[in-house]
Design a protein around this ligand. Structure first.
Ligand SMILES: Nc1ncnc2c1ncn2[C@@H]1O[C@H](COP(=O)(O)OP(=O)(O)OP(=O)(O)O)[C@@H](O)[C@H]1O
Length: 305
């Protein structure tokens, strides 16, 4: 079932088209990476999902209900972490969550139970310091706890890791991965390695248009490069290998660097059989032999030219 469905969404600010006929859906319990360069239109899209910006065209539905600009009804399904969350710095985390729980209308018992559970989840279970003393990473963790307070079906995080150091980023990604069983996560980013670490589905936005979407594994297999990397012990081994005419029928292009080569081939299976035979018949033991997988970064560069 689709928790979020976006259909033919467009948005212009004056004469500037910022989102152009965007359509994609997010299935239940996925971790969805919404990727795009600065200014691609990620925040604008998220604010339209929250009913905070009026679309020029198209529809959005959350849990099967249509989002209407200016109405907050569908937001009961959503937990939102903005890119720079704001807090009352003089409060402790538990005090802040209690206040949010009261505003949301939770019972005293629910507030106590949920606050303790969520602070433990984000590693702030015993934190007694005031929020004003926290690093940006700790504030983001508290922001996730707050966004999860009303047990949302959809958690939307706007660039939750962008301003963090590698340890802070890892902590946030670990938390998002942990909540996957409880809710559906959509997070925007331009950090591709974060997406590769935890996301199962992605949409890539380029200048307001959808450039790619689907499961990460399917996208990668569709962009399979048919490339083999072989690293030799010596230049003599490499030259001997390359002198074999057998390789030529399958090889489109060869990249060479020191004792490494990358063979770009037409038929990966046949080429692999041939390469292994050539290595064996010439008594060459390579240092490394690898079928090259496309990375999200290489796909991004290929699509966003
Ligand atoms: N209220 C507005 N009025 C005019 N232009 C706007 C407005 N809000 C956003 N834009 C423009 O829309 C484009 C998309 O902005 P948006 O903030 O959605 O991008 P983004 O992908 O979230 O980028 P970033 O990672 O930098 O936040 C930008 O060119 C931005 O300048």
């Amino acid at each position: 079932m689709a928790i979020l469905r976006i259909e033919h969404l467009s948005k212009s600010f004056g004469s500037k088209k910022v989102i152009d006929d965007l359509s994609f859906s997010v299935s239940k319990h996925s971790i969805f990476g919404f990727i795009g360069q600065n200014g691609a239109g990620k925040t604008t899209t998220m604010k339209m999902i929250l009913g905070l910006i009026k679309p020029s065209k198209g529809t959005i539905s959350v849990c099967g209900e249509k989002v209407t600009y200016g109405q907050t009804k569908t937001n009961r399904h959503i937990g939102y972490l903005p890119d720079v969350p704001a807090f009352y710095g003089y409060m402790k985390p538990i005090e802040y969550l209690k206040l949010c729980g009261q505003i949301t209308g939770l019972s005293r018992h629910q507030i106590k139970r949920k606050s303790e559970e969520l602070l433990t989840l984000v590693g702030l279970g015993h934190e007694e310091k005031k929020i004003s003393t926290f690093s940006r990473g700790i504030k983001q963790r508290l922001g996730i706890a707050q966004a999860l307070l009303n047990e949302p079906k959809l958690l939307i995080c706007d660039e939750p890791t962008s301003a963090l150091d590698p340890i802070g980023r890892k902590e946030i990604l670990d938390i998002l991965y942990k909540v996957k069983g409880k809710t559906t996560v959509v997070f925007s980013t331009h950090i591709l390695s974060d997406v590769e670490r935890i996301c199962d589905h992605i949409a890539l936005l380029d200048n307001g248009k959808l450039a790619m979407s689907g499961t990460l594994s399917k996208i990668k297999s569709e962009h399979q490069q048919n490339s083999l990397l072989i690293e030799f012990h010596t230049h003599t081994d490499k030259d001997l290998f390359l002198s074999t005419p057998l390789l030529m029928p399958y090889t489109m292009h060869i990249e060479q660097k020191d004792t490494r080569i990358i063979l770009h081939v037409t038929d990966l299976t046949t080429a692999q059989t041939t390469v292994l035979r050539v290595l064996y018949e010439n008594n060459i033991l390579p240092v490394k032999y690898q079928v090259l997988e496309p990375t999200l970064e290489s796909l991004f560069v290929e699509v966003v030219k």
